[in-house]
Ligand binder design. Structure first.
Ligand code: AHM
Ligand code: MG
Length: 338
């Protein structure tokens, strides 16, 4: 029987690869690991306990918060407060950023931005959901309170990012800027074990993932690209296959392993799309680039965009480089003024 390396062992072994941190980033990742285990436990019994469904509260973006959204938010927040490396967080479920103003944490060197439970519409129906996280070094002085500038850093400044996918198995996938590594949770021993070292995305693929129900609202470039995916052409292996789960983490994870493209574009009604730059697109874009994929707003790399507000949205295109190049071509050729 093969014994896999644990996430803890892997982190200790790779400490010297962490561009900015010694023990600090390890401790921080281990808080995320612990929170993921607790959230995983709750999700696994979601049909049995009174934790599914809406909480009755709306978040600042006017969306109904699910009970599990709020539960996951509290778990991750409390685990990060307890470690002391993090001086503040921003979260999809918090209106404003949160300063950890306690003796232990206020001088922490890092901020974490997260979507504690992404894919909320899938919670109650036993379909994969995820946690997404993004980590930066703070830029404000360490002896003062955390500032908005600490959170509005350009994506290229991330020191680590990752996601947890609660799927047919639970996996934690992360990068610290030296490749992308995946760990599968073994519930029998309570450990994340190295299962996917140095993940790279296939250069091309057959899968396209987008919510086709929105077709009528898509920009012309996306409509044309979608029709291109559906045409017959032997030399390019078309028609491609449509796969859409409606959980960014799960759709991205599948495309990362198999090759594919994920698109959540802008529409006339939502000119910035749906997904949030800071805690959905930036971390996924960091992972994507580290795995040899591309991640853009249809034109520009996501990691180069300068954020202006905490919950801002951005059109999101990510996937295998050859598929992305074709999609970009359509976006440029059929650019319209909306
Ligand atoms: P959420 O953060 O409220 O869960 O929304 C984000 C999710 C993504 O995971 C997913 O890709 C997208 O919304 C699906 O949106 P839609 O149902 O409009 O296709
Ligand atoms: Mg989300």
């Amino acid at each position: 029987m093969k014994i896999h390396k644990s996430l803890g062992e892997f982190i200790v072994e790779k400490q010297s690869d962490f561009p900015h941190a010694k023990g600090e980033l390890s401790a921080l990742l281990s808080a995320i690991k612990l929170s993921a285990k607790i959230v995983n436990r709750e999700i696994n019994k979601a049909g049995l306990a009174d934790i599914t469904g809406a909480s009755g509260v709306e978040n600042i973006q006017g969306e109904q918060q699910q009970k599990l959204d709020m539960f996951a938010n509290e778990i991750f927040k409390n685990a990060l407060i307890a470690r002391g490396e993090v001086c503040g967080i921003a979260s999809e479920e918090e209106d404003n950023y949160v300063f950890f103003d306690n003796k232990n944490s206020r001088n922490g060197n890092y901020v974490v931005l997260m979507d504690p439970l992404d894919g909320s519409s899938n919670i109650d129906v036993n379909v994969s959901v995820g946690t997404i996280f993004s980590i930066y070094r703070r830029v404000s002085p360490a002896d003062g309170p955390v500032e908005i500038e600490d959170f509005l850093q350009v994506g290229r400044k991330q020191v680590a990012a990752g996601y947890v996918i609660y799927g047919s198995s639970t996996m934690l996938v992360f990068t610290t800027g030296n490749g992308v590594h995946g760990f599968t949770y073994d519930p029998s021993i309570g450990m994340f074990c190295l299962s996917h070292e140095s993940l790279t995305i296939p250069k091309s693929g057959k899968i396209y993932s987008l919510n086709e129900g929105n077709y009528i609202k898509f920009p012309l470039g996306v409509k044309k690209y979608l029709k291109y995916c559906q045409e017959e052409d032997e030399s390019t292996n078309r028609p491609f296959t449509s796969r859409y789960i409606g959980s960014l983490v799960a759709d991205f994870h599948r495309n990362l392993l198999k090759g594919g493209i994920y698109i959540y574009p802008q529409t006339a009604q939502a000119p910035s799309g749906k997904l949030r730059l800071l805690y959905e697109c930036n971390p996924i874009a960091f992972l994507a680039e580290q795995a040899g994929a591309l991640a853009t707003d249809g034109y520009n790399p996501i990691l180069d965009l300068k954020p202006t507000e905490l919950h801002e949205r951005v059109p999101f295109f990510t996937g295998s480089p050859e598929m992305m190049e074709t999609a970009h071509q359509f976006m440029t050729d059929f650019k319209e003024d909306r």
